[in-house]
Structure formats: C-alpha cells, structure tokens
Design a protein around this ligand. Structure first.
Ligand SMILES: *Cc1c(COP(=O)(O)O)cnc(C)c1O
Length: 405
C-alpha cells in the first residue's frame, strides 16, 4: 500500500492514495496555502529567530480576538496546554479532578502526571459530553476542579457545569482540543472556564504542520502564571519561582497557523454542510434515528446537537446498534475504500494504567455502550459532497442487509 500523510496515533484510520473517501487528506487540505506557507518559511529561515518572537505573540493575539478572551498563551501541544493549566491552578497530590472517561487519553493523563486523581464521570447518551448531574454526585472534599471535554466539536453543558463548579468552589478547565470555533449561545468554547485548552494537532479543525497548542483565559493573573510556567517557572531569567517545564510554542507553527486562522469559520461551515448532507441522505431511512430518544428499534443513530450549540464537526460520529453490527459495517466500509475512525474503543476508566485510581471497580454503562457503538465517518472540508453520498450509499446498503462490498 502506498501510505501517505499521517498514521493517526498508530490507529487504523490512516489513508492511502487509492481510497475512494479518506477520513482526512492533509496534503490536499494544505494545498491552497502552499505558496503563502513557503514564503512564511523562507522569512522564518532568513530571520535567524527560531524561538519566541512576533509570530508567537501575533498568533496569541489573533486567537484571543477570535475567541473573545482577554489572553492566550501558545504552547507545545494540546496535552501541554492541559498540563500547564492544571499546574497554574495548583493541582497536585491529594487533589481530585472530575473528567469524562469517554475522551482522548490526555484529558486524564495530565491529572495523573501531577500526582492527582482523575475521577471519571458519566456522559449523556445524546451528546457524548459529560452529564452535569453525575459530576455533582462525584464531588468530595478533595475535589479541586472539573475538566469538561467539548467532544467531537460541540460544547458540553458548560452553563450547568460552571454553576456546579461555582457552587462548590471548583475550577473549570475546558478541554477544547477538538472544539476550536464551537459556540454555546454565540460564546466560544474556551471562553467560559478558568482556562480553555486547545490543540493544533493535524487532525483538529485548525491544524498545524506538527504539534502545538494553546491556553485561553480571561484572568490576567492566571495568564501571567501560565507564561512563567511555559519556560520552567523562570522569572526573571535563571530565577525560578515555580517548577514549570519547556512548553514553548514554535514560531514557525505560529506563522503557518496565522495563514489558516482567517479561514477557520469557512472551513467549519464546509464541515457543517457535509454533516447536513449525511442527515438529509440518511435521516429519512426507516432504520435511522435522528436522536437517542427515538432510537427504539433503529440500527443507526445520527449525532445530536444540544440546544444553543454550534457544532463544528471535528468528527461526525454515528452509533451503530446491535451485537457486532459496528464491526460488520466497518468491514464493509474498509472493503469500499472508505475511511473511518473509532473514537474511542475503551473508556479511560477501563484503562490498565488507571487501575491505581479505579481499582478496576468503576462502571460507567453509558460510556461503555458508546465505546461499543461509535463510528466516525469522513467529514473533512476537502471531500466532495458526492463522496459523502458514496458513504451514505454504502451505509444504506448495509442497513438494507445487502453486501456493500
Ligand atoms: C487531541 C486532544 C488532546 C491532546 O492534544 P495534542 O495536541 O495531541 O497533545 C487533548 N484532549 C482531547 C480531547 C483531544 O482530542
């Protein structure tokens, strides 16, 4: 196989040039920017300044203005954005932080790395996002904060989560790694909590050419602390008030991301258009439900958008119901050269490395059902609407019981 592009975290959703509908095609995505990117690189190379500088501070200012927050601090990755935020919020041994289990590993990994305990909360069936009621049940005297994840590109119920946090004196750190540009009642993901954490990993909606990330905040004290922690807690040079790390953001990523940022909303619009196409093509099929509430007797459930939310469709994630049904559909999509991803096959509460926190005794049935049923199908702006139709035809073939191979 002629593998090109990236192998995403070693998962089986890489693509090759012969696929009829790839899950993503980053070279194609960056093609319209290539001339400006080459110029930016030439300027960068000639500048002789390879750490810090204008491209970092301008990128931070432009993202802050896009999000409607007072300050942003750009860092080395989305994971480091979460880690740095927790460090700035003084999370350490003895603390508990409530987060979902149905998320990418980094959300809880950073809590563990600081010696604190991730406490896994259940999700809501319809949105895949944290259930505020379940969060409240898990609060103890040791709870220090909550990390809601805005999964797949739509925001968790941030108003209720923030209200619970305020009532109990907890911080909210929004894991917005998959949700740049997502809004709730017109207000951006990352502009609600003490911090928002973003990733520009190549599969995210604003995608860099490598790793980088950013924290957003409206609190000038937290922003100042984050800036110090980004360089080993150093202020002034060689005097260390805190133990931080090297979480610096490469100026070349800043230069490249600044070229793409003005197109972000248009590119989200293309994702929304593709999502609408799936809904119009699949939604009328008798075996398809438009929401979990109508799921009785259906084989497939389309993703829901919660009230007040603008969904940015970083992923278009359907649920395939019935014993072994998802695997059978995956096999048919594979045979047809259609890309797919399973985010996520196993909850974090079931991961071996977190047995120290769960004792293997935590059960989250809604999360576990999602892990068995979810399937993400192609949604990126680079694929054509006709290709979406092709995916729909295969899925309809599967639902009608025929072989789509
Ligand atoms: C991608 C992602 C991260 C980590 O971002 P990186 O830039 O890959 O370190 C954290 N949380 C979630 C929910 C993510 O999807």
């Amino acid at each position: 196989m002629n593998e090109i592009g990236v192998v995403i975290r070693g998962e089986s959703c890489s693509f090759d040039a012969s696929m009829s509908v790839p899950l993503l095609n980053l070279a194609e995505h960056n093609r319209p920017y290539q001339d400006r990117m080459r110029e930016a690189f030439d300027r960068f190379l000639a500048s002789g300044h390879y750490i810090g500088g204008d491209q970092v501070t301008l990128f931070e200012k432009e993202v802050a203005s896009y999000l409607g927050v007072s300050e942003c601090v750009a860092v080395s990755s989305g994971t480091d954005a979460l880690l740095l935020a927790l460090m700035a919020l003084d999370v350490g041994p003895g603390d508990e932080v409530i987060c979902p289990s149905f998320t990418f590993f980094a959300t809880a990994g950073v809590v563990h790395r600081l010696g604190a305990k991730p406490v896994f909360a259940e999700i809501l069936e319809g949105s895949f996002n944290m259930d505020p009621e379940d969060i409240e049940h898990r609060i103890t005297p040791r709870t220090k904060g909550i990390i809601p994840v805005h999964l797949f590109g739509q925001m968790a119920d941030i108003a209720r989560i923030q209200a619970i946090a305020d009532k109990h004196g907890l911080f909210v750190l929004e894991d917005a790694a998959q949700a740049i540009g997502a809004r709730h009642n017109g207000k951006h993901a990352g502009s609600f909590g003490a911090f928002g954490a973003f990733s520009f990993y190549p599969t995210k909606n604003l995608s860099g050419l490598g790793d980088s990330g950013l924290v957003s905040t409206n609190d000038p004290k937290l922003a100042a602390k984050a800036r110090i922690l980004r360089v080993h807690g150093m202020d002034p040079v060689y005097y260390h008030s805190h133990v931080g790390g090297n979480f610096r953001f490469d100026p070349i990523q800043g230069a490249l991301l600044r070229i793409k940022l003005p197109d972000l909303d248009a590119s989200i619009g293309l994702r929304q258009e593709r999502a609408a196409r799936y809904v119009s093509r699949l939604g009328s099929h008798p075996s398809v439900a438009l929401s979990c509430e109508e799921a009785a007797g259906k084989k497939l459930i389309l993703p829901e958008t919660s009230p007040g939310n603008a969904h940015t469709f970083n992923q278009f994630t359907i649920r395939v119901r019935g014993e072994g049904a998802r695997d059978r559909l995956v096999a048919q999509l594979k045979a047809a050269g259609i890309g797919h991803g399973i985010y996520y096959p196993l909850g974090l509460h079931q991961q071996e490395c977190f047995r120290c926190h769960t004792g293997g005794a935590v059960s989250l049935p809604i999360t576990e059902a999602a892990c068995r049923e979810v399937l993400s199908i192609p949604i990126v702006p680079e694929i054509k609407l006709e290709q979406i139709d092709e995916v729909c035809d295969r899925i309809i073939g599967f639902l009608d019981g025929g072989s789509a191979a």
